[in-house]
Design a protein around this ligand. Sequence first.
Ligand SMILES: *Cc1c(COP(=O)(O)O)cnc(C)c1O
Length: 390
Amino acid sequence: MTRDLKVPLQALRSEHRYRSRRILEGPQQPEQRIDGRSVLAFCSNDYLGLANHPQVIQALRRGADTYGVGAGAAHLVNGHTRAHHALEDELAAFTGRDRALLFSTGYMANLGVAQALLRRGDRLFEDRLNHASLIDAAMISGARLSRYRHADAGDLARRLGRTVRLDDDRDTLISTDAVFSMDGNLAPLETLASLADTHGCWLMADDAHGIGVLGQQGAGTLEYLGLTQAQVPILMGTLGKALGTSGAFVAGPDDLIETLIQSARTYIYTTAMPAAVAEATRASLHIVQQEPERRRHLRALVEHFRDGVGQLGLELMESTTPIQPIVVGASEKALQWSDALLQQGLLVPAIRPPTVPQGRARLRVTLSATHSRAQVDRLLQALAGLVGTA
Ligand SMILES: *Cc1c(COP(=O)(O)O)cnc(C)c1O
């Protein structure tokens, strides 16, 4: 006996939670053609505009000329090329960590860390708004999961105080998004680092949305907050967002990296990312470091957008990152506004419960260094029109 899959699918439809894909024709850039219409998109994670950068594309081509397309094997067999190795060294230097290790996706990196470090009965503390991949990592690790209130180090401290004994033989990991993907705010990492130190825990930061964007060099949230490897020993960064390519890395102390190589199943039992993607990422890493003006322009856009939205009397979140959600409240209203914007050629997704709390549905706007000020003004004008009709 198996259940009839039509029933739950129909239920999703009737709850307006059915999701479908739009078809994009062409590269990731502000002006796109999607589902046959031209739109100005405000939803990409390509924060620096590197996904379609000529030097990155050229590096990918050169990489394919040298290494072919597929890696053909896992890193531990014969899929680990000089290009992968060079990128790992460059990522370690970039983030100021001893070593870095490539994974094929951020999702797999998060699963791999938890599974390699934690055993059944160990403890894992996570922010309640952590990315789904960190939550799934808890399940695969077999550790006991405790989810503390969002960005609330006090709640974490109470939970640690109740459960963590320094003299037992259980290991403890605290893991958090560094930049929260639906809100754009930062985790209180300095306080988390001192809690981890006091209670003898590992601390992991998932900086998917900070790498490339935050910090003077673009090395992310930890650079921005001035946090060392001793304070935050486990850093996960993704390559598919601001770096514009694909894949992820974990950076940290030598013993951590060796442990992942020896025992992270999502590292061992999968084909290495194409070497050409590693070459393309080396090119984008170079641009991230050499062209701080991209981050400067992006910061100016964020400020301009926040000023404009504030003047309209709309509610923004506490975010200084390119993730700038506008809270509209009811799901229906978020959907209506998203649809109305699309009618005007502006692509801004509505994010609704259960992804965000009840009554906190929002338009999730993301900005990119490739947006112009005039394009942001177009969005502000359209929003002004919506406020006028509300
Ligand atoms: C996107 C994202 C991931 C997953 O990274 P992929 O490389 O896309 O698998 C993990 N964590 C956070 C916070 C993310 O936003």
